[in-house]
Design a protein around this ligand. Structure first.
Ligand code: AHR
Length: 346
């Protein structure tokens, strides 16, 4: 067995054992069967000798979008395609991501793929990866670090998503002849300090600030979850009796917000009391767009796994890669949603 093959076999053994020890406390566990024990791990290694080892640090499982994003990576980096994927679920905690990345460095994986929960705080650990010569691929959100500390980023244009939301509102108010009426807006923000929250907020507000009659009454975090979205929306409704528009930075929070609004005896959407602007465009939300309960859904595309595979294959062939790859995204309203609903798998 060659040196690299031996290292990969040893690493695969360590990873498989680590995963089986971690069930229920962080690992996704799709790379080895749930009941896998030491002997299963050994069998698994036999076939996996020459695989490319990828350490994947995912943020958590806070949203339907996140689950789709995780599954996109798992579908793209399979053993059949030549990968051994080690996954870790950080449960929305930066310290867990740093711990996972350090463990990937000490295991000397071939590549690290990670979706940073927040923008800041990554310099030290990414420098450690660089010193170990391990290419880092950022996925989904941004990390506020020197560009030399990562190989590439695959993600979405989060500022543009926020701008699209404001542009849609402009158009909607214009159609209703309300562009210069007083409009009361509340924002349900995602995880504070995440690039999805920071940039969607900045994108929306850069356009909102041009209208003196758009009043942003409040912005608070619902942490990208349905439960927190409902809780914050309930508070908003108690504090502000005259909300016209809710900008909810993901569909999971939107589901909670709609529940809160309906429980308060109001309606949402096209013919409703409160206009709903949402982000992500998961199937359940697109159904609500079709039903007229959500006015617009700004897509954030979770299908990023194929790009990760493409970048790794290019790097394996020694080809140069771009610093940034953006996935394609749309805007869905009742006018176009039917066309896309059928094909939506998540
Ligand atoms: O970073 C992408 C965001 O994170 C998605 O909008 C949200 O649903 C997820 O949790």
């Amino acid at each position: 067995m060659g040196k690299k093959s031996w290292r990969r076999a040893a690493l695969a053994a360590a990873a498989a054992l680590l995963l089986s020890a971690q069930y229920g406390c962080g690992a996704f566990g799709d790379t080895v069967p749930e009941e896998a024990g030491e002997s299963d791990a050994h069998t698994y290694i036999q076939g996996g000798e020459e695989l490319i080892i990828v350490g994947f640090s995912q943020i958590g499982s806070e949203s339907i979008w996140r689950t789709a994003n995780t599954s996109s990576v798992q579908r793209a980096l399979t053993e059949e395609k030549g990968y051994f994927l080690i996954s870790d679920n950080a449960r929305q905690k930066q310290e867990n991501q740093i711990k996972a990345i350090r463990s990937y460095i000490s295991q000397r994986v071939d590549y690290i793929v990670f979706a940073p929960v927040t923008e800041s705080g990554w310099d030290t650990v990414l420098k450690e990866a660089q010193d170990a010569g391990i290419p880092v691929i950022l996925m989904d959100r941004k990390a506020d670090v020197d560009e030399s500390l990562y190989t590439t980023r695959i993600g979405t244009d989060l500022t543009k998503e926020g701008e699209k939301a404001a542009r849609w509102l402009e158009g909607d108010l214009k159609e209703k002849n309300r562009l210069y009426d007083d409009i009361n807006i509340v924002i349900l923000q995602g995880t504070l300090g995440s690039s999805s929250e920071l940039e969607r907020t900045a994108g929306f507000e850069s356009i909102a600030s041009r209208y003196g009659n758009w009043h942003i009454l409040d912005r608070q975090t619902g942490d990208f979850t349905t439960a927190k979205g409902k809780e914050v929306m309930t508070q908003f409704l108690q504090m502000y009796p005259d909300i016209d528009v809710v900008v909810s930075q993901n569909d999971d929070m939107t589901f909670g917000a709609i529940e809160a609004i309906e429980e308060a005896g109001m309606t949402t959407g096209i013919d409703g009391d409160i206009t709903i602007i949402s982000f992500d465009a998961v199937r359940g939300a697109l159904e609500l767009v079709q039903a007229g309960k959500i006015n617009v859904d700004i897509e954030c595309n979770p299908e990023q796994g194929e790009y990760v595979d493409m970048v790794i294959q290019m790097l394996e062939r020694g080809e140069p890669v771009e610093k940034l790859y953006m996935v394609e995204e749309r805007v869905f309203t009742h006018r176009n949603v039917a066309r896309y609903l059928e094909g939506r798998t998540y």
